[in-house]
Design a protein around this ligand. Structure first.
Ligand code: BG6
Length: 480
């Protein structure tokens, strides 16, 4: 066991993270409506299918499976799961509310009581165990009705529906939830708008025009949520959430360094600038000019965005990205909806995501230097194949190694002066993978007996990492 001297602040928020669509199941229960995740096919082909223009957002059981429908059945087993989180000592639990449990079609006038009371029960159970919920308002689960009838976030009308949704949940949970965040990995739409924006790009379209207009609607919606949260729940904190992947230049050729900087600005900074600085950054004006983007910005939008900035920045971090202007002859590296070139200094996970703990320290420094607001690492982890031994044990030392090195990197960042609120590793209990719809890509401290073909007893088992993480939390990050 390594003992590090880096101190995590007192009250550091240790916990774990999930999203409704990836663990709840019960996709038709409690009057829930269909959302984007419900129509995503399972398996490694998921991303390819979704990237094809003309994806129709229909369920086609003849061709595909739909693992998110049952997921790991948290909907019925939340008490057992929360008790396990409590046993590990979680201070917080990051989860999302499924918009379609509250407004099944997204555009009703009244909220669905069954959905509201489900989350009441979950929050009460968490509090019973002394765990604070950290709630993502929209995590890749937009109502399918808004996708089909309005074109997702292309439509400005969706802002009004979102406003109704956030008002309903802030009013209902004002005494139960103090930490919120608006859109999960909002910047991921730059590469892949379906899951967070609810539309795909048609061949004839100017991709950037569509995406940046939809971003604008989301920024307005996010500011409305920040304003409402502060008014309805005094003392609550609300953040934005970005997919963070620091961009390295492949070499010191200034051409490549400039290219990497531009990727860094666009991918890692643009959405953060909008949420924290509250304005369109200078670099984006040239990008808009060069890509023929003209935004419809209505009166009052920019003032709203400026006035209602977030309290903290949440981020996911899995990997860094290496870029080169001319990629000819270089091996590509996939990962977390992104693609760069292979970094010769890094090893990769079984899914090809490059493992780079120092990249976490780099990204925390970059973001804190730029924004000077508290940062919260709300996703990080290793998707890996796990093996259940004959005696029932699961010895996931590879996961412990990954998490240890990333916690060490966070400790270094804290020493560097970064204000870090907490750490909620992704998929603290095994769940359905977002990019591939697989169960076999496991992240959890808790194993769930559920497999890619849908078989399994759903039994929960503690992995070796469960006991390790419990000790990490107990020692506030001293025992790694
Ligand atoms: C993040 C998402 O991109 O990465 C999660 O917010 C997702 O929803 C996680 O599950 C890991 O990605 P994947 O594809 O391995 O599930």
């Amino acid at each position: 066991m390594t003992v590090v001297n880096k101190q995590f602040p007192e009250g550091f928020l240790w916990g774990g993270a999930t999203a409704a669509n990836q663990l709840e199941g019960g996709f038709h229960e409690g009057n829930k409506g269909l959302n984007i995740a419900d129509v995503l096919p399972g398996g490694k082909e998921r991303l390819r299918v979704l990237k094809e223009p003309g994806f129709n957002f229909e369920i086609d059981r003849e061709k595909y499976t739909y693992p998110n429908h049952e997921a790991i059945d948290f909907y019925h087993r939340y008490k057992e799961d929360i008790a396990l989180f409590a046993e590990m000592g979680f201070k917080v639990y990051r989860m999302s509310i499924a918009w379609t449990r509250i407004f099944p079609n997204g555009n009703e006038l009244e909220a669905n009581e069954e959905g509201l009371s489900f989350y009441d029960r979950v929050f009460d159970e968490l509090h019973k165990h002394g765990i604070e919920p950290v709630v993502t308002i929209s995590h890749y689960e937009m109502p399918i009705n808004l996708v089909k009838e309005y074109g997702g976030w292309r439509s400005r009308e969706v802002i009004g529906f979102f406003e109704r949704y956030v008002n309903a949940i802030f009013n209902r949970y004002k005494d139960k939830v103090k930490y919120w965040m608006t859109f999960n990995e909002i910047n991921s739409a730059l590469h892949f708008p379906i899951m967070s924006m609810g539309f795909s790009i048609e061949k004839e379209e100017n991709k950037y025009q569509e995406i940046f207009q939809a971003f604008h609607h989301q920024f307005v919606a996010s500011s409305i949520a920040v304003k409402a949260c502060h008014e309805i729940i005094p003392g609550a904190q609300i953040g934005c959430m970005i997919l963070s992947a620091p961009v390295y230049s492949y070499d010191c050729n200034p051409e490549n360094v400039m290219y990497a900087l531009q990727e860094q600005q666009l991918f890692n900074y643009f959405c953060g600038d909008m949420h924290v600085r509250g304005k369109y950054p200078a670099f984006i004006k040239r990008f808009f000019k060069e890509h023929n983007v003209t935004l419809d910005i209505q009166e009052g939008d920019l003032e709203l965005i400026k006035e209602h900035t977030v309290d903290y920045m949440a981020l996911s971090y899995y990997m860094s990205l290496t870029q080169k202007k001319d990629k000819t002859g270089l091996e590509a590296t996939p990962g977390n909806l992104l693609e760069g070139v292979k970094n010769p200094f890094l090893k990769a996970s079984d899914w090809g995501w490059e493992i780079d703990p120092i990249g976490l320290r780099i990204t925390l420094n970059q973001l804190y230097d730029r924004y000077e607001v508290p940062l919260f690492v709300v996703e990080n982890g290793l998707g890996a194949y796990d093996k259940v031994e004959e005696d029932g044990s699961i010895n996931d030392d590879y996961r412990i190694d990954y998490l240890r090195s990333h916690i060490e990197a966070m400790g270094e960042a804290v020493e560097d002066g970064v204000e870090l609120m907490g750490y909620t590793p992704w998929g603290c209990i095994d769940l359905v993978s977002a990019s591939t719809g697989e169960m076999s890509k496991r992240y959890g401290f808790i194993y769930v007996d559920k497999h890619d073909d849908g078989s399994g007893t759903m039994e929960r088992k503690k992995k070796k990492s469960f006991y390790w993480y419990k000790d990490v939390i107990e020692s506030n990050g001293e025992n790694l």
